[in-house]
Structures are given as C-alpha cells and as structure tokens.
Design a protein around this ligand. Structure first.
Ligand code: SAH
Ligand code: SF4
Ligand code: F3S
Length: 474
C-alpha cells in the first residue's frame, strides 16, 4: 500500500513564512515609531509535545520580530498553548483568561491567542467566543503552522480569528523552532493517537497517528548536535506505533538505532510507550544501544483487568507485569516510571487494590497519578461513578503514601555512589545550587559554577529525598 502524503506542501509553508516577513515589517515600523520592540509572552500547559509545539510558536514569533517576556502585563502579544487532558488544566487557563481581561482593559492594543488541545474542542472554542470576547485568536492543534497568517489577520483586520478545522492529520516540516535549552531537546517523531482509551481526549484533539519521515527526524537531530545538543527525547503519544503508517519497513526500534549512530548524541530518551505494543525488539534495542538511557516510562493506568478492559487499554495486569519483568532482566538498573488514573467510573475499592498491587510489585522510581477527570466527547464521560469523590480521594492519597515510601527507598540506593549528571542550570528552589539529571532521569542538586551548564559532570550522591538527590562534585 502506498503511503498517503500528509505533509503540508512546501509552498504553503513558504506562504506562511511570507506572512512572518510581513509581520516583521510591521513590527519594525512599530520599533521605529516607539523605540521599543514588540514583546510576546507564551505559556504552555500539558505534555512535552505541547512544550515542543510552543518552541515552534516561539520560533515563528522570533522570525516575526518579537522579543520575549514572561510578564503578560507588558506583553503586546500573549499566546496560551493549552491542554485538555483533565478539567483542572482547563480551569487554570480560564482563570488566566479572566486576569488577561483586566490587563487588556488597560492595554487595548494587546493581542491574545489561545491555541492547542483545549482550543481544538468545538464546545470550548464556542464558550470562549461567547464569554471571553477579549481573546483575538483561537486556533487548534491542526492550525499551529498557520499561526503567521492568523496573527497577520488579527493585526491588520483587527477582527477575531478562529481556526479549529480538523484535518485528518498533517505534518508541517521546516517550521522555525526556538529552544531555551541548547544541550537537550524534545524531538517529536510522530503526532496524534489512534488508541482511543475510553477516558482520553487526546485522539480527538490531536487527530490520527502520523509519523515523520526518518530522514526528517535524523536531519533535525543532526542540526541540534551542531548547535551543542547532546540529549534528545523522542516524543509521541505512543512511540511504539512509530512508522506503522509509513509503509517503509521501519519501526521505532530501527529509528532508535539510527539515532544511536549519530555522533555527538550522548543520551536518548523517549516517551510515551504503550504497554500493548511494548515488545521484545524494543527491550533488546534498549539493552544493546549504549546511548539509550536506562529509563522507561510505561503507563499502566490501572491494575484491575476489568478496569483495563473498560479503559480499552488492550493488555492485562499480568501481561504488564511480565513485560516489566523482562525489562528488569535485560536492564537490571533501569529506572521505571508510570501514569496511573485513580477513580475511573467503573473502579471499585477492590479494583483499586490491584493498582496498589502493581505499584508494590514493580517498585517504580516515580509515578504520575491523576484522579479521573470526565472529558466531554469520550466514551467514559457517559458512565456513572461506582465510588464517591471522598472514596476516590482516599484511594488517591493512599497511592501517594505507598509510592512515596518506594521512591525514597529507590533514591536511598544512590547514596554514596557516583553519578554522571548533565547539568541543566541553577536549581528552581535555590539559586546557588546547580541541578541536572542522571542517565536514569533522577534530579541531582549540588554546588557548582553555572559555567558547568550543558556539561556532563561526576557527582557523588550524599543524600536522598523522595523527589531528588543531593550531591557534591567529584
Ligand atoms: N499517550 C500517553 C499519555 C497521554 S496523557 C499515554 O498513553 O500514556 C498523560 C496521562 O494523563 C495519561 O497517561 C493518563 O494517565 C492521564 N489522563 C488521560 N486522560 C485522563 C483523564 N480523563 N483523567 C485523568 N487522567 C487522564
Ligand atoms: Fe490517550 Fe490512550 Fe492515546 Fe495515550 S494512548 S494519548 S492515554 S488515547
Ligand atoms: Fe494535554 Fe494535548 Fe498533551 S491534551 S497532555 S497537551 S496532547
């Protein structure tokens, strides 16, 4: 079967770049008249894929002549790249839009854009159109590459722009990208999701699965290396499906091997893997490629087979545990993490015990746990809850207690050992401390000079917390 070409045509990308040039000319005019450059503020909600999208948004805005600020109060342009995965992610954005309304009252020329997964949903776009009239641009995930045209129209026509059209999936290559960190980078290898887990909005807001061509990915990583990057994280909602739509006889393991060959790359990470497609070939590849980090994020969501079936996850608790056992055997010091949903509508207290069971059996280094959030348009949204909110919260708290003890125990095993750390920069909590990550993705804080940022250093681990390690430079 021949692959359908899903790429946005080069001419269309060029047309968008022309809009960037036109905005840039307008912004130069503004600079000459006002003796200051126009500023843009971007905020990102949600997953790494969204972070990567924002890097593209910032790349486009930089080419359009914007300077960046973190302060909405002074920004001429504000863009929120939103997430729809849980209700609280959406509530945060609505809260901020409320604040922006007051800011805009004082600065009527300011432009506000809302994009990403939340904006892609029709009922949300409608609500914003109706009740948040100060938002000038609403565009979904499919329209990301059209930002130049949308922004140009918002600037020149001064009327609201909405683009939440659904393409059945496109790939826009060669967009400008502005990355903050030069030593490590997110690289999207595919977009969309075909899995339709019953609780999840992602397939509806991101469209069908589509893989980038391997040469485009390799080319991007080669360019990153030229700019000083040594660590890449390959991104996709289910990286195990990589290549299935390309009909090129190349799968995710083959891609990893190609990236492993790139000189200058020292660390390769990837996320997310779906347990149903996580197989022996990938385990062998992880064990045999020296640059692939000894780290795996493998979401299991729930321990009960009944709940897994209701969630449409297509694996059982036993199959999951078997796969984990294989990984541990092949890579004994692997660091494991997972995602867990507590309080899926059909989950009983007894079902939840299976989740606790898996957590205790696997001993993850860390977990990302979420209370189930009803998402309009997903099959699970129609279900009634078996448990009360109070019971769900109690189960959630118990899960955290069980895991925190395990995380601390896992981190304690590092004390006294020497770890290689890629230095990110200064620590979030203490400006006099550096922070970086081990191969196994543990955060390590230690004293050192900021000139070490982007370098690999050896650190002796002196003490362990639940979420991080402390150490000293050797
Ligand atoms: N594609 C990835 C992650 C997608 S979203 C994967 O399949 O693992 C990240 C996490 O959010 C999911 O793993 C899940 O644990 C959580 N999540 C998704 N939908 C949710 C919902 N409706 N309520 C609560 N958590 C949810
Ligand atoms: Fe959502 Fe499931 Fe797709 Fe992950 S695999 S994005 S949880 S539908
Ligand atoms: Fe959220 Fe969209 Fe990512 S819904 S988790 S930002 S794919």
């Amino acid at each position: 079967m021949k692959k359908k070409d899903v790429h946005v045509p080069i001419e269309e990308i060029q047309r968008q770049k022309d809009f960037l040039n036109r905005i840039s000319a307008i912004n130069t005019q503004f600079y000459l008249q006002n003796e200051r450059r126009r500023t843009a503020c971007t905020r990102t909600y949600g997953c790494q894929q969204n972070e990567n999208d924002t890097e593209k948004i910032r790349g486009m805005l930089e080419e359009a002549g914007y300077k960046f600020t973190d302060d909405e109060n002074i920004a001429d342009l504000v863009i929120y790249n939103t997430c729809a995965v849980r209700e609280n992610a959406e509530m945060k954005v609505f809260g901020r839009l409320g604040i922006l309304k007051h800011i805009k009252e004082k600065k009527p020329d300011m432009l506000i854009g809302l994009c990403g997964c939340m904006a892609q949903q029709e009922h949300i776009a409608e609500k914003i159109s109706k009740t948040y009239s100060h938002v000038d641009m609403i565009f979904g995930t499919h329209a990301l590459y059209k930002l130049p045209e949308i922004l140009y129209s918002a600037i020149t026509d001064k009327k609201r722009m909405i683009d939440i059209d659904v393409s059945d999936g496109t790939i826009a290559e060669n967009l400008p990208v502005k990355r903050e960190n030069t030593s490590k980078a997110w690289v999207s290898i595919m977009y969309g999701c075909n899995n339709f887990c019953s609780y999840c909005i992602v397939p509806y807001v991101r469209g069908r699965e589509r893989s980038r061509m391997p040469e485009d990915i390799i080319c991007e990583i080669n360019d990153l290396v030229k700019n000083g990057c040594t660590e890449v994280t390959l991104l996709g909602q289910n990286v195990n499906s990589y290549g299935k739509d390309l009909h090129l006889d190349i799968d995710f393991s083959d891609l990893l091997k190609m990236v492993d060959q790139i000189e200058g790359i020292k660390r390769i990470r990837f996320m997310t893997s779906h347990p149903k497609d996580f197989g022996d070939k990938l385990i062998e590849t992880m064990a045999s490629c020296s640059k692939i980090c000894r780290q795996l994020h493998l979401p299991f969501q729930a321990g009960s087979n009944k709940v897994l079936k209701d969630m449409n996850r297509n694996y059982t608790k036993e199959e999951y545990l078997q796969k984990i056992a294989k990984v541990k055997k092949a890579i004994p010091d692997i660091s494991l993490s997972t995602d867990i949903i507590v309080g899926y509508p059909t989950e009983t207290n007894e079902d939840f015990e299976d989740t606790i069971d898996v957590v205790k059996a696997v001993e993850f280094d860390s977990i990302f746990s979420f209370i189930y959030s009803r998402r309009t348009g997903t099959p699970a949204a129609k279900l009634d809850f078996v448990l009360s909110e109070k019971e769900i919260q109690r189960n959630f708290n118990r899960l955290l207690d069980v895991q925190n003890a395990i995380s601390k125990k896992k981190n304690d095993e590092y004390v006294g050992k020497i770890a290689e750390v890629l230095v990110d920069g200064v620590s979030k909590n203490d400006k006099d401390t550096l922070s970086g990550r081990t191969d196994s993705a543990k955060i390590v804080n230690f004293k050192g000079d900021l000139s070490l940022a982007g370098k690999y250093v050896k650190v002796r681990i002196t003490d362990a917390h639940t979420w991080s390690l402390n150490g000293e430079l050797v």
